[in-house]
Ligand binder design. Structure first.
Ligand SMILES: Cc1cn([C@H]2C[C@H](O)[C@@H](COP(=O)(O)OP(=O)(O)O[C@H]3O[C@H](C)C(=O)[C@H](O)[C@H]3O)O2)c(=O)[nH]c1=O
Length: 188
């Protein structure tokens, strides 16, 4: 029976998931998602959309993004190729950790997955070229409900090595954290 291990973080609800890898002389096999195993580990999300993004260059930063209620999304993020530093920010009004962030390296090598609950901003910066990110979302994409927060408007310690990140026009124009009213209550 494939299994997984779950690691809690300093942000309530944000967890790192490590699916088991069955190694042999060919390489490995892993059930990277199994609904029964996922629910058995204490999660209750049902994901409806799988996303994939490929970033050609290291230092590509996507985020910080959210989708507002009632179309808010929880996400399960993993790296299929390369490596990235994944960041989540508590955006739940009234939360004791409101505005606090947590980051972790996800890579094709380590197989780690980041569980991003609804109510959190999400973003990542790639650590090597041709990095592929795969993630599940608990609701469909609704562009009109999407929001952005400037990647550099919090004290996030992005591993950029002093370089300016590669950004989309949308992310380059994102408002500062203090200028974005959170649509999430503490209990979302
Ligand atoms: C998110 C999304 C985008 N798109 C279209 C919209 C644009 O024409 C194109 C690129 O979208 P965007 O620039 O928003 O992609 P990213 O910058 O990678 O955004 C994502 O990256 C951060 C880290 C996230 O957590 C979000 O899931 C998501 O916002 O894909 C879709 O058709 N469906 C979708 O679900």
């Amino acid at each position: 029976m494939a299994n997984l291990s779950v690691e809690t973080t300093k942000l309530d609800g944000v967890r790192l998931i490590q699916p088991h890898r069955f190694g042999d002389s060919r390489g490995f096999f892993s059930e990277v998602f199994n609904l029964a195993t996922f629910h058995g580990a204490g999660f209750d999300d049902v994901f409806v959309q799988d996303n994939q993004s490929l970033s050609a260059h290291a230092g590509t930063l996507r985020g910080l993004h959210f989708q507002a209620p009632p179309r808010d999304q929880s996400k399960l993020v993993r790296c299929g190729r390369g490596s990235l530093w994944d960041v989540v920010v508590d955006f739940r009004l009234g939360s004791e950790t409101f505005g606090q962030w947590f980051g972790a390296e996800l890579s094709a090598a380590n197989g780690k997955q980041m569980y991003v609950p609804s109510g959190f901003l999400h973003g990542f910066v790639t650590l090597e070229p041709q990095t592929e990110v795969l993630y599940k979302c608990s609701d469909y994409y609704v562009p009109d409900m999407e929001g952005t927060v400037a990647w550099d408007s919090l004290d996030i310690d992005w591993p950029l090595g002093g370089r300016t990140p590669i950004l989309s026009d949308k992310d380059a124009a994102a408002p500062s954290f203090e200028d974005v009213a959170s649509p999430f209550g503490a209990l979302s």
